[in-house]
Design a protein around this ligand. Structure first.
Ligand SMILES: Cc1ncc(COP(=O)(O)O)c(C=O)c1O
Length: 380
């Protein structure tokens, strides 16, 4: 189903399941992993707080899959549980186990939503093996262009989206508007039922060219995956080695080192989340790092990355502390970068198919020169 972006794909699943549950007078239950982008977190509003569970750790998911609790699965045949998580964290690059998708299918009335927006940029999607019911992707994150996304629906789960209340031009084959019970005939195929209004046809045509060009330039996704994994590990090792001269104080605090430094590339994608310390171990504001990098033509992103669960756990924020920092005026768009000695966001370095070793060297040289007083050996 062509949609604008991964967010629209995720929302479509949330709306579809909500309307399905309304139609059969059941409840929608939502279980998701904390490492979710806000686009996935927002689905909780369709289920309601009492029907939502967030897993704080991978072990909680494993436990749930082995011994599901009544708050997230139900044997009432009218209740539906949606289990959602990102294949790869947009904040840290950590990849989450794809066997969860298979595990969840064994639970009663449970369906799965894989947010593959970050994962699909550097990994081949193997949907027949993983078996998610719904998969959300943004094509521009893979190819750079066109601005288009898709929801990939497993046929056995398509009926869940077929009760969507809203209809529009393109989704119906006949409508009556007069009389006591106006009716409508839905179109036959699931994508026709869900693609509302005029499709972004130029983008759909362009997608064909994007696929062809991408293959011509880079070969297979497996090659990209291997290249990006090697580059990311090389970069992480370089960053890890940066130390203030004559001191033991490291420059970088690197998040999720376990998956990042692993040689198993299925555990981590092309993203490194980090923060910087001063020589006395004080936190340096992440925005200031981004600004300085920008001024040197090096583009990193900084902030909480629309990933509130990642921010809470990796940066160590309790819900009470978060309330306080919001009261103090923190906004994602206008951050207080460090509050009571703690970062409120990270610096994120990302690599893709087009990145090369020189990009890593430039970044490392930039950090060395800007913060450690080293000599620049690679042109910035
Ligand atoms: C893991 C993940 N999910 C969802 C999204 C939202 O994607 P989009 O803005 O294309 O809808 C992003 C965006 O960066 C993401 O990284």
């Amino acid at each position: 189903v062509f949609v604008a972006n991964a967010t629209a794909a995720i929302k479509l699943v949330g709306e579809g399941l909500r309307d399905y549950c309304d139609a059969i007078e059941g409840r929608l239950r939502y279980a998701y992993h904390k490492d979710a982008h806000n686009s996935l977190v927002g689905v909780r509003e369709f289920a309601g707080a009492e029907n939502t569970r967030v897993f704080g750790y991978d072990s909680e998911v494993d436990e749930w899959l082995n011994t599901p609790s009544s708050t997230t699965t139900s044997t009432d045949s009218n209740d539906i549980t949606l289990f959602a998580y990102p294949g790869q964290s947009n904040m840290t690059g950590q990849r989450h186990p794809l066997h969860w998708l298979k595990g969840a299918k064994k639970l009663p009335n449970t369906y799965t939503l894989l947010d593959a927006a970050a994962l699909a940029t550097t990994k081949q999607l193997e949907l027949s093996w993983w078996a998610p019911d719904f998969t959300a992707v943004s094509f521009y994150k893979i190819f750079g262009f066109p601005e288009l996304g898709a929801l990939i629906v497993r046929k056995s789960a398509a009926h869940l989206l077929a009760r969507k209340k809203y209809f529009a031009g393109g989704t119906v084959d006949g409508v009556t508007i007069f009389g006591g019970k106006p009716s409508r005939i839905r179109r036959e195929s699931i994508h026709e039922q869900l693609e509302e209004g005029t499709l972004p046809f130029h983008s759909i045509i362009a997608l064909d060219h994007a696929l062809e060009t991408h293959t011509r330039l880079f070969g297979s996704m497996d090659r990209i995956s291997a290249h990006v994994a090697a580059l990311t590990r090389y970069c992480a090792a370089q960053l890890h080695s940066l130390t203030y001269p004559g001191m033991s104080q490291k420059l970088c605090h690197i998040y999720t080192p376990h998956s990042l430094f692993s040689h198993n590339s299925s555990l981590h994608g092309g993203t490194i989340a980090l923060n910087l310390y001063t020589c006395t171990g004080q936190p340096i504001g992440y925005r200031s790092v981004e600004r300085l990098a920008d001024s040197k033509g090096i583009f990193v992103r900084s902030g909480a990355m629309c990933n509130p669960g990642g921010m809470a756990t990796h940066l160590g924020w309790s819900p009470e502390e978060l309330e306080k920092v919001f009261e103090a005026g923190f906004r994602c768009s206008k951050p207080i970068e460090v509050w009571e000695g703690k970062w409120t966001g990270v610096v994120r370095v990302s690599f893709g198919a087009a990145s090369c070793r020189r990009d890593v060297d430039r970044l490392v040289e930039f950090l060395r020169r800007s913060y450690l007083g080293g000599e620049m050996t690679v042109g910035v």
